[in-house]
Write a protein that binds this ligand. Structure first.
Ligand code: FAD
Length: 395
């Protein structure tokens, strides 16, 4: 099988490398945050970042092309250059607004989300409504030209930093549970919103409980129509699952695992020289490559207007499973260092093997966030393979 992409893509790779040679790294002494922001603006202008977002909303606006996207990612990684920002706003809300938002919502929110000026959090899960999301109870009542929101959300990543939340609420209490929801945008900086941090086992504090006690948002800050929140939330969830299960993310992790196996020593020699470690790496690489080529196939089908079906549904489950295998082998390689806890609050964050401790613990969360692996198996069985629905279905 010849997987060479041919001369057109070789020329594109040279074009990206040339851009990087001219724009990165910044001049010595430049402020790192400002330099990264300025670089991103140039890279968007050149069509290398936010390629699926129209230029009028601050994107690079390019035709979908998974091979070009991969070349950009590889070349940017090689140069150590800033890539697209991540997080609920960029990876989940922006594609949702593009697909279902009003024009004013796109104009007002997308450019500042892409530039990092606006941070978002996702208000879906509640105590008692995670996998069975449609049973959520936080309610919104229209009073004049404002929604008044009362209830509680939990596991809200970044709520302590977010300017806004995209929130799923019950607006039609008498409708069947999936038809009674609406999808609202909410300003977090107001008296009716209280954020309480939750401490994770890594020691970090990325999650929060969010209490909504008469929080208010304008009537037109609704995405889609009243009662159609479930359908809108499916659009967001698809992008969340694609982001979590992205093959690019898995490949990055695997590359770091290979580096780790080269750098740590077992019995006085680099771990990678041992046959059992090489075999374990080769086994994982098989899964990584299978996910990579499946993602190419899914992308090609989407580009051709076809529904990727089973391949699309497999992404998140595969990403979580492979991430877990990578973390397990990393744990074996770092040995006793796996018992250390990354110190909190240190400038520059975790160092060396401490990053792997975060990764190992975090891999458990990846199998839950955006719908647990059990729920993904249900989705694959029922929606992709057409098997009968199980008892008590989740999201
Ligand atoms: C890292 C991380 C980040 C998160 N960030 C956010 C966020 O920003 N915003 C937000 O709203 N939420 C967030 N969440 C919450 C996440 O969406 C929920 O944890 C997830 O949907 C599972 O819900 P739950 O925790 O209530 O577990 P439950 O739904 O109570 O599930 C418990 C267990 O039962 C299993 N189970 C439940 N129902 C079924 C079924 N029908 N069939 C088979 N097994 C089933 C599940 O697989 C799981 O193992 C985050 C979670 C994590 C781990």
């Amino acid at each position: 099988m010849n997987l060479d992409l041919g001369p057109e893509y070789a020329a594109f790779r040279a074009h990206v490398a040339d851009f990087l040679a001219r724009h990165w790294p910044p001049a010595p002494g430049a402020d790192p945050a400002q330099a990264a922001a300025a670089f991103r603006r140039e890279a968007v202008e050149a069509g290398f970042l936010y390629r699926s977002v129209p230029r009028i909303y601050g994107g690079g606006e390019q035709a979908p092309d998974p091979a070009r996207a991969r070349i950009i990612r590889e070349e940017f990684a090689r140069a150590g250059a800033p890539r697209e920002l991540e997080g609920p706003g960029v990876s989940m809300l922006v594609p949702t607004l593009l697909a279902r938002g009003a024009d004013w919502q796109k104009e007002r929110f997308i450019p500042k989300t892409l530039s990092g000026e606006i941070i978002w959090c996702q208000g879906y899960s509640e105590p008692g409504a995670g996998s069975d999301l449609a049973s959520l109870r936080t309610k919104a009542v229209l009073e004049g030209d404002e929604w008044v929101i009362t209830g509680q959300k939990v596991w809200t990543t970044l709520a302590h930093l977010a300017h806004y939340m995209f929130i799923l609420v019950r607006t039609e209490p008498d409708a069947p549970k999936h038809e009674g929801l609406s999808y609202l945008l909410l300003d977090m900086k107001q008296p009716g919103v209280t954020v309480r941090p939750l401490k994770q086992m890594t020691g970090g504090r990325e999650f929060n409980e969010v209490f909504l006690d008469g929080a208010r948002t304008p009537a037109h800050w609704i995405v889609g129509k009243r009662g159609e929140g479930w359908a809108v939330s499916r659009t967001t969830l698809k992008h969340e699952r694609d982001a979590i299960g992205s093959s690019a993310r898995t490949e990055d992790m695997f590359a770091k695992l290979v580096q780790l196996a080269r750098s740590v020593e077992i019995d006085g020699a680099p771990a990678i020289e041992r046959a059992d470690i090489r075999q374990a790496l080769a086994r994982i690489e098989g899964y990584v490559l299978a996910q990579r080529y499946s993602s190419f196939r899914a992308q090609s089908m989407s580009n051709a207007g076809e529904e990727p079906g089973l391949i699309g549904a497999l992404n998140k489950l595969n990403g979580a499973e492979i991430g877990h295998r990578i973390a397990a082998l990393a744990q074996e390689l770092i040995g006793d260092d796996g018992l250390s806890m990354p110190p909190l609050g240190r400038k520059g964050g975790a160092r060396g093997h401490e990053k792997w401790v975060n990764q190992i613990m975090g891999s458990l969360g990846v199998a839950i966030a955006g719908g647990s692996s059990n729920i993904q198996r249900n989705v694959i069985a029922e929606r992709a393979l057409g098997l009968p629905r199980g008892h008590g279905d989740g999201a």
